[in-house]
Design a protein around this ligand. Structure first.
Ligand SMILES: NC(=O)c1ccc[n+]([C@@H]2O[C@H](COP(=O)([O-])OP(=O)(O)OC[C@H]3O[C@@H](n4cnc5c(N)ncnc54)[C@H](OP(=O)(O)O)[C@@H]3O)[C@@H](O)[C@H]2O)c1
Length: 339
């Protein structure tokens, strides 16, 4: 039996994504589970991987997350049974109808959840959740600034921040301001206004935590709006991946050096895969918590569009044009097969 997957022949633009047909299914090794993938997603991080510029991941093809159904068990697998719903942060390779994954990496997905909503939690919401709770350790009622607030991570953070009654400010282009307002934050038009001036005029003494995926000189500006005791959580280099300057190693070094300044402000760089390597149980525990919040309707992922896996290229184009509000979900197995 054959199956389809998306491959790339070389790092590059969206045109390198190609749907191919494999002739035989992958066989799970001992300790692995073969998963029939229901949904994956297209995110800015996949664009970064496709271009070959993602730190630490110089492999292909993309596909950072998936929700699927256990299809076959390798020898010695004890935690899962055939037919069970599972999820993983695969980092690469999830743009595929079938995948083999070590059972230790899989998190069970509760029955009854929409697979498209469930997959939206794996990269974007775990990132938002861990930055809020594990890194910045925000407390009820604190004041935060979220850059890229209309994007996948930004909208996740707004929903999670609302559960903590945070006072939230979010930078976004004007077309995303209604969404940002609806999710409980004061929008700041980063194209028309200087966010540093806006934060100074909107708040008396600055903010408790800033979440910044933009990089370069932007980090320094985010640091400048922190209160004493505040924390800058950097988590990306949007500008450098868009060819707008900035250097990841230099950014990283500067963030470390700023921690020695006697200004009462702290910085950290968050990378979901690095945190998972250090604290694997945090990842599965936090994802399970998020599935629970979804089941209770306390969070609701903003899904811009659902499209078939065959349209992965168009999905990447939309992301690079910053046209996406929230998440793009790629449907791998057609809806009639969904439970
Ligand atoms: N470190 C990690 O573990 C981790 C995990 C997940 C994601 N990330 C990174 O986080 C970033 C966001 O990911 P995502 O999936 O949320 O991407 P996304 O859905 O594409 O959203 C990002 C949005 O940021 C906005 N933006 C661009 N330049 C901006 C600026 N100068 N100021 C404020 N907003 C700006 C754009 O929308 P508008 O310009 O239209 O407002 C863009 O759509 C990416 O760089 C991604 O690689 C890192």
């Amino acid at each position: 039996m054959g199956y389809k997957r998306v491959v790339i022949s070389a790092f590059g633009g969206p045109e390198v994504l190609k749907l191919i047909e494999e002739t035989t299914l992958p066989e799970p090794k001992p300790g692995e589970v073969r998963v029939r993938v229901l949904v994956t997603s297209a995110a800015f991080t996949d664009v970064w991987i496709r271009k070959g510029t993602y730190p630490d991941v110089k492999a292909k093809p993309p596909g950072y997350d998936m929700v699927g159904v256990v299809d076959k068990l390798g020898k010695g697998v004890t935690r899962f049974e055939v037919g069970q719903r599972v999820a993983d942060l695969t980092v690469i390779g999830a743009y595929s109808e079938y995948l083999c994954v070590p059972e230790s990496r899989l998190t069970p997905v509760p029955e009854g959840l929409d697979p498209a909503e469930a997959v939206s939690l794996i990269l974007s919401y775990v990132t938002a959740y861990q930055m809020l709770h594990r890194v910045a350790k925000v407390k009820q009622g604190q004041r935060i600034l979220i850059h890229g607030a209309g994007g996948a991570v930004g909208t996740a953070m707004l929903q999670l921040g609302k559960l903590l009654d945070l006072e939230m400010y979010g930078t976004a282009s004007k077309s995303k301001h209604d969404l940002v307002k609806r999710l409980g934050a004061t929008p700041i038009d980063y194209k028309g206004d200087d966010f540093v001036e806006r934060i100074r005029s909107l708040t008396s003494d600055g903010i408790d935590a800033a979440f910044d995926p933009i990089g370069g000189g932007h980090f320094e500006r985010s640091l400048s709006v922190l209160r004493r005791g505040g924390k800058l959580v950097a988590y990306g280099s949007y500008n450098s991946t868009q060819g707008k300057g900035g250097s990841i190693p230099l950014d990283f070094l500067r963030l470390q050096l700023w921690n020695f300044l006697p200004n009462g402000r702290q910085t950290a760089f968050y990378l979901i895969s690095a945190m998972r390597k250090r604290q694997a149980h945090w990842f599965s525990g936090d994802l399970a918590t998020l599935f629970d919040l979804l089941a209770q309707n306390k969070i609701k992922p903003i899904i811009e569009t659902r499209m078939p896996l065959a349209e992965a290229r168009r999905a990447h184009e939309l992301i690079e044009q910053a046209q996406v509000q929230g998440k793009i979900v790629l449907i791998v197995t057609e809806p009639p097969a969904l439970k």
